[in-house]
Design a protein around this ligand. Structure first.
Ligand code: UD1
Length: 363
């Protein structure tokens, strides 16, 4: 049984790692790792392969950046050739990036079965490219593996038959649990001189936050206020760095007190920062889940989330982009009045085991 496991962008790597490892335990399965090259910088890709103990990709497509249509189309053209050569029994995709949707479309047109890990999440906001990717991928998939109960409801409402849908838990938490001890060996806290002092960790890369000058400037104003109380560590995504240059905000950003900006950092260093942070300010999807698992307060700078369980029972609060709301929630946490959360059902480190068992029996 040949399976093509697809990765493209940074948040895919920690999701595929436990699945690829688990498939290796089944003599009847032959998993191949295909990297589309959507993310290609060493710090956005290779570093993660090393940290997550992932083998080199069996096939690397090297598609790189472009508009959404260019990137999606390039992945499709190159992946079609891979499909013709490899003739797999299944294509397994994770998450909601352009690589996820592009490879699903090719597989569906070549009448090959598709498994989608992290199916059913919906923000109901079609201005997000990821929402389009989620809907396309779920509509085409034969196996839909769901991380939280909202996903089951969403798929039912979209008419996906129950027998295709499996509530298996969260593979991102599999990686987190697996690597948490190892992450404690990281020297990142002393490297950045934040050991022993409370600090906020920031990540930002959503087009809605960083591609509009006014919005980006407003967020840095917010950090200038928060920086008066705690240090802020901000590993910066290439998209955000590019927009700071484009909008000529370098001097303003450099003038902000207590703001420590770094290049993107690897998985283990980031886990170490996250588990020691007083709070996290983010617009990422996965970090909302990781902080809920770790019990670290998370302020999500978005109007909506496709991961509502992190707000319903976890440590996440949605604040939107307004400075006063972000500052208010941050101060609440710093003064010890942050949300206390619970860990969602089946976020137990064994999701990949459940997924691969189902595939090995039903494929
Ligand atoms: C992509 C995903 C997003 C995910 C994010 C995580 C889509 C639609 N978006 O967004 O869901 O949350 O990854 O990081 O798939 N760049 C580099 N080096 C790289 C990669 C990108 O410099 O290795 C720069 C390029 O200028 C590029 C820009 O970042 O144009 C954006 O990259 P892209 O892959 O288009 O989207 P992300 O914003 O990374």
């Amino acid at each position: 049984m040949k399976i093509l496991n697809i990765v493209g962008a940074r948040p895919n790597f920690m999701k595929i790692a436990p699945i690829h490892r688990e498939m290796g335990k089944y003599p009847g399965l032959k998993p191949l790792l295909i990297h589309t090259g959507q993310h290609y910088d060493k710090k956005m890709s290779k570093l993660f392969f090393q940290d997550l103990l992932l083998p080199e990709p069996d096939i690397y497509l090297g598609v790189g950046s472009g508009t959404h249509t260019e990137q999606t189309a390039r992945i499709m053209l190159d992946f079609e050739k891979v499909m013709e050569e490899q003739k797999p029994d299944l294509v397994l995709v994770v998450g909601d990036v352009n690589s996820t949707a592009a490879c699903s479309l090719v597989a569906a047109k070549m009448q090959t079965k598709i498994a989608h890990v992290e199916a059913g999440l919906r923000s109901f906001d079609r201005t997000m490219p990821e929402e389009i990717n989620r809907m396309i991928t779920d509509a085409l998939s034969d196996f839909l593996f769901v991380t939280e109960k909202s996903g089951l409801e969403n798929l039912k409402n979209e008419g996906i038959p129950d027998n295709k849908v499996f509530f298996t838990g969260n593979v991102m938490i599999d990686s987190l649990k697996f690597f948490l001890e190892k992450a404690r060996e990281s020297s990142i806290l002393s490297d950045l001189q934040v050991n022993g002092s409370p600090f906020a960790l920031v990540t930002l890369h959503r087009p809605s936050n960083v591609d509009v000058k006014e919005n980006l400037e407003n967020l840095f104003y917010t950090f200038s206020v928060i920086g008066k109380e705690v240090k802020i560590v901000f590993p910066m995504h290439p998209r955000t760095k590019k927009m700071i240059d484009t909008f000529d905000l370098e001097n303003y950003v450099a003038s902000i007190e207590n703001l420590i900006i770094t290049d993107p950092i690897g998985y283990l260093d980031f886990m170490q920062l996250m588990q020691n942070a007083r709070l996290i300010l983010t617009d990422s999807g996965g970090i909302q889940e990781e902080t809920t698992y770790l019990g670290i307060p998370c302020i999500t700078i978005r109007e909506n989330t496709e991961r509502p369980i992190t707000v319903d029972i976890g440590t996440n609060v949605l604040v939107g982009p307004k400075a006063d709301r972000i500052i208010h929630e941050t101060e609440k946490i710093i003064s010890g009045n942050g949300k206390k959360g619970k860990i969602p059902e089946l976020w137990d480190g064994n999701a990949a085991e459940r997924i691969v068992k189902i595939l090995s029996e039903d494929l």
